[in-house]
Design a protein around this ligand. Structure first.
Ligand SMILES: Nc1ncnc2c1ncn2[C@@H]1O[C@H](COP(=O)(O)OP(=O)(O)OP(=O)(O)O)[C@@H](O)[C@H]1O
Length: 618
């Protein structure tokens, strides 16, 4: 059996032509032994539970209690000693006790292993999905709403798991009931049929109850999620709410959502209140018929009293599977829908993957070439780059400048293979990036993104994200280089300070400096700076620029320049327009000779005037 943290051993069957259940089978089979123990123990426990009423009824009552009562009617000389009946009684009770203990033990084993199987299947499904999500390319994340996808995946995983584990368990319970019914038929066939008379009604009532309850339970889930979203937005967006004095509106919005949850809960309680007593009373009614018809048989000496007692116990056992069969059908429908949604993710193929024969990028010199690159985000979408040529010599810093939406950021993304080019090629040291392993490519190309993402972890862990084994000295050196050391030292716990969710406890500038430190710790020979300093004030920016200049030395750096000041870092500027490079050279030269360049910079100046924190937009 795998350890708790063992990765899943099998994934789903990739054959899309198979039914959802057959596709999920490998995951269940990976735990077949735990599952078999659970089901086996459950079956044995049920057999023992079938046997106990038989012993009590047909043995203890019919062979000890009823004959002992009969004794009173006989003359004393013909009576058997009371000890004779005591012995039978005690013998039966001891056996019942032993069986009960064994049944309890089997019940324990079955629950223990069934739940273990359930959670292992859930663990596997969750890991398989997460591992797959991690493999999927950026194109997928552009299309789907990731947050919703993940939260939906959670409830889908749960309902699929429930059916996969509890489905077979319910079937085993039904088998136990079949055995009990077999006994009933063997002992008193007519009475057995009478006992079964109420069962179809129990089944129908339960199916009806579930058919109302299931949609309501979905409703409750989605409405709770709605409330959670409103609370989350109110907490995260508290500054906006308060600054617009919109507290009252928000509270009303929450009250309305909470009322919708209340309605769904009341509907749920209402349904249960109506159906649960009905199902219980149907069983009692069935028992009444058994006593009536069984009593008639007893009076006419066709049956013994104990059999009625035994049958009453068995009827309680029989009604459970009839209730659960209804549930099984509902669970099945829900699980089928859930599994389809899970498969939608798992069937999605990553588009950017290691090609067969891909080689590691070793000893990277940092020579970068874009050769006639053509690219569109969607196959039927407009071309973002079209015949884009650019050569960055080792150690050179080049700023890409262009109008907003001209494809500057895209150039950086293609270099790190976030997306693959549609035509042409991006080469590093002469090798097409598609012929390099992704891991080695990304270890050699460091990206400092426009909106740095920090994890809810310590400053140290955030900086060391790409190299978790880095020493504190190395982390500090990177922070010093990125100009972050000063403010980190002033934080309550220094490098051990946990930054809040996504780093919101830090200022924009501080977050960016940590992101720069994180990339610098990797020491990549090629850097992509996506205007990483856009949220930093002029003074800090100058300091960072000093640091960056020192650090860019010896590295090939592509600056995705959205701001004028960043251009100053570059040895050379290229102007992008219409998806290709239309001019290149030093800033001053371009400014003088290329009207479009001056125009783009002028627009950037306007952008700066419209609320940019510092510097000018490009
Ligand atoms: N993930 C995406 N999916 C689809 N289209 C995208 C995606 N990212 C960018 N685009 C589109 O591609 C074009 C180029 O975008 P890109 O971000 O490269 O421009 P940019 O020059 O960096 O712009 P800005 O200066 O405004 O940041 C734009 O029209 C944009 O709408």
């Amino acid at each position: 059996m795998p350890g708790r943290d063992a990765p899943p051993r099998r994934g789903i069957d990739p054959d899309r032509g198979k039914t959802w259940l057959r596709r999920a089978l490998p995951i269940v089979l990976a735990h077949k032994w735990t599952f078999a123990v659970a089901l086996g123990a459950s079956f044995v426990s049920l057999l023992l539970q079938v046997e106990i009423p038989r012993l009590l009824g047909t043995d203890a009552i019919d062979k000890a209690l009823v004959p002992s009562v009969d004794q009173a009617l006989r003359p004393p000389s013909q009576r058997l000693p009371a000890a004779h009946f005591h012995d039978i009684l005690i013998h039966d009770v001891v056996i019942v006790l032993v069986l009960a203990v064994l049944a309890g033990l089997c019940g324990f084993l079955s629950r223990r292993y069934l739940l273990a199987t359930a959670y292992r299947i859930e663990f596997d499904l969750r890991n398989i999905i997460y591992a797959h999500l991690a493999r999927l390319s950026f194109g997928f994340y552009d299309r789907v709403q990731t947050g919703q996808l993940i939260s939906r995946a959670n409830s889908d995983i749960r309902s699929t798991q429930m059916y996969l584990t509890f489905g077979p368990s319910i079937i085993v319970q039904c088998l136990g009931a079949v055995v009990a019914f077999g006994y009933m038929l063997a002992i008193a066939p007519l009475l057995a049929l009478v006992a079964m008379a109420a069962m179809p009604f129990i089944y129908v009532a339960t199916v009806r109850m579930r058919s109302v309850l299931f949609p309501v339970s979905w409703l409750i889930q989605s409405r709770l999620a709605e409330v959670a979203t409103i609370v989350d937005e109110n907490v995260n967006g508290v500054r906006v709410v308060k600054s617009f004095a919109a507290e009252g509106r928000q509270v009303n919005q929450l009250a309305a959502a909470a009322d919708r949850v209340r309605w769904a809960y009341v509907k749920d309680a209402d349904t249960r209140a109506r159906f649960t007593p009905l199902v219980q009373n149907l069983t009692q009614l069935g028992m009444a018929f058994v006593v009536l018809f069984g009593g008639y048989l007893v009076i006419h000496h066709h049956l013994q009293v104990g059999t009625i007692v035994t049958f009453s116990f068995w009827m309680v056992m029989l009604q459970a599977p009839f209730q659960m069969l209804g549930m099984l059908i509902m669970l099945g429908q829900r699980a089928a829908a859930s599994a389809q949604r899970i498969y939608e993710i798992l069937d999605e193929e990553p588009t950017v993957v290691d090609r067969p024969g891909a080689v590691d990028l070793v000893g990277c010199r940092g020579d970068v070439r874009f050769d006639a690159v053509g690219f569109a985000y969607a196959s039927d979408g407009p071309a973002v780059l079209d015949g884009f040529d650019l050569h960055l010599r080792p150690g050179e810093t080049v700023a890409v400048v262009g109008r907003t939406g001209s494809g500057k950021t895209t150039v950086g993304r293609l270099l790190d293979r976030f997306y693959d080019v549609g035509s042409g090629a991006v080469r590093i040291d002469g090798t097409d990036v598609r012929d390099l392993t992704l891991a080695s490519l990304r270890a050699n190309v460091g990206i400092v993104a426009d909106e740095p993402f920090l994890f809810s972890a310590s400053v140290r862990d955030n900086i060391a994200y790409g190299r978790p084994d880095a020493t504190l000295e190395e982390v500090r050196a990177a922070a010093v280089a990125a100009g972050a050391d000063g403010f980190v030292r002033e934080l309550a716990d220094g490098y051990d300070t946990v930054v809040g969710e996504r780093g919101y406890t830090l200022s924009g500038g501080q977050r960016q400096r940590l992101a720069i430190a994180r990339t610098l710790l990797l020491n990549p020979p090629i850097l992509v700076l996506d205007d990483a300093t856009s949220a930093i004030d002029v003074q800090v920016e100058q300091e960072i620029h000093r640091n960056l200049r020192r650090l860019m030395e010896g590295r090939t750096t592509l600056i995705v320049a959205h701001r004028l000041s960043t251009i100053g870092l570059a040895d050379r500027v290229v102007l992008v327009d219409g998806g290709r490079v239309v001019a290149e050279g030093p800033h001053a030269e371009l400014l003088e000779s290329v009207p479009l360049y001056a125009e783009v910079l002028a627009q950037a100046d306007q952008g700066a005037g419209e609320g940019e924190p510092a510097g000018e937009r490009v």
